[in-house]
Ligand binder design. Structure first.
Ligand code: CMC
Length: 371
């Protein structure tokens, strides 16, 4: 028995390779450092979904397909419009992905469905952002890249090249990560031969948790509480003394630097210009240094990503939904891989409960409080 399934090989996969000792991450054999520097959302989504980097004609057809699928069905839009403006964004996202399944009619072939979910999930997040502020959602444009259109829908203006590049880096870094909790959840659901929308809805539910997708929100809150670098040691010491986890640190697989965190840190250093950004960055760097000294722990991708997302205009409460937008090609690639050689996931439990209880009729159980 391995608690939390640590080191358990649950299936074969040809999508993503992580070398947790050397700190390497590969998507279909390509190093994340190269992909982050040279590639973009469309290419990486294609690579994950179609198993090879696209040729020029394949890329333009894929990009055109994604952009043609951006508009939400009217039924989904009115469902979103009917919600309280202060609804939890991840709850809304779960509902919206499930609802997209209801409106997938006539039923799309799997590859089309994958492109449709990857495309529409960005529109849903932009829509719920506008709705939560009582604003009219900005309709997607078909002439912009996925990253550029997402920033346009979120911020109301077409981003400059630097912001588009940064958004692409965030998308590429988060696109897949082997059998993390949400991806594994998606595969479990797909293994029952449930549909792709249901599998992605379940993945979104798993991503919602603070131990998975919710960590960067808490990093931002922590940095605000710490406020300046000289408070770092006292703050972290007090938290560790209470046996609290410091968000953005540790990883089940990486025993060294998370390569994504190194890239995010470099981005953060390049974009920090205002006084408050420089102070926040100094706090982050001091926390990183102190956590390594005290606990020997390295930052994970969530440690610097909140800083970068703020710079791109993303509000803290939407960090996890943005993670979902980025992770959707990975989820879909795994769902497709699961279907391609499926066997229902059905592990067993090591039973630790009683084995010799005798049934006592309700009337004879007086005095036994069960609730
Ligand atoms: N702060 C303080 N101590 C930690 C932390 C942390 N963030 N992470 C691990 N440790 C310690 C932990 O207390 C334990 O020490 P000991 O053996 O003395 O009890 C040891 O390191 C092993 O930790 P674990 O909780 O058994 O590790 P895990 O593999 O079960 O959990 C993790 C991995 C990422 C959930 C965990 O490190 C954690 O809760 N980190 C904070 C949340 C976070 O940043 N999550 C984002 C993960 S990366 C993005 C993603 O994949 O979603």
């Amino acid at each position: 028995m391995s608690k939390g399934l640590e080191d358990v090989v649950a299936s074969t996969s040809a999508i993503t390779f992580i070398d947790g000792v050397r700190g390497r991450l590969l998507y279909r054999g390509y190093d994340i450092n190269e992909l982050a520097e040279l590639s973009n959302y469309e290419e990486v989504a294609y690579l994950l979904l179609h198993e090879h980097l696209p040729k020029p004609a394949e890329l333009s057809a894929f990009a055109a397909d994604l952009s043609s699928k951006r508009t939400l069905p009217v039924g989904v839009k009115s469902m979103l419009a009917s919600l309280d403006t202060n609804s939890d964004a991840m709850d809304v996202l779960e509902m919206a992905i499930a609802a997209l399944g209801i409106y997938d009619y006539p039923v799309l072939p799997l590859n089309e469905k994958a492109a449709s979910i990857c495309s529409k999930i960005a529109t849903v997040v932009a829509y719920l952002h506008a709705h939560s502020r009582g604003q009219t959602p900005i309709a997607p444009r078909t002439d912009l890249s996925h990253a550029s259109n997402f920033l346009y829908m979120m911020n109301g203006k077409v981003p400059d090249e630097t912001a588009e590049r940064l958004m692409n880096i965030v998308f590429v870094l988060h696109a897949d990560h082997e059998f993390n909790a949400s991806t594994f959840t998606a595969r479990v659901v797909a293994s029952t031969l449930s549909d792709a929308y249901s599998s992605v809805t379940a993945a979104v539910a798993a991503l919602k948790g603070p131990l998975h997708g919710g960590a960067n929100e808490r990093v931002v809150e922590m940095v605000a509480e710490i406020h300046s670098p000289e408070n770092v040691e006292g703050y972290i010491r007090a938290r560790l003394a209470k046996k609290e986890k410091i968000m953005g640190f540790g990883h089940r697989v990486y025993k060294t630097d998370d390569p994504r965190a190194k890239i995010m840190r470099k981005c953060a250093e390049q974009i920090a210009t205002t006084d408050s950004e420089l102070r926040e960055l100094a706090v982050l760097e001091k926390v990183q240094e102190f956590m390594f000294k005290e606990k020997g722990l390295y930052p994970n991708v969530d440690f610097y990503s909140g800083f970068v997302l703020h710079h791109l205009g993303m509000p803290t409460e939407l960090f996890t939904p943005v993670f979902a937008v980025a992770r959707s090609p990975g989820w879909l690639a795994h769902i497709i891989e699961q279907y391609s050689d499926n066997r229902i996931m059905r592990p067993i439990a090591q039973y630790t409960g009683p084995t010799d209880e005798r049934y006592v009729p309700l009337t004879l159980r007086a005095g036994k409080i069960t609730e």
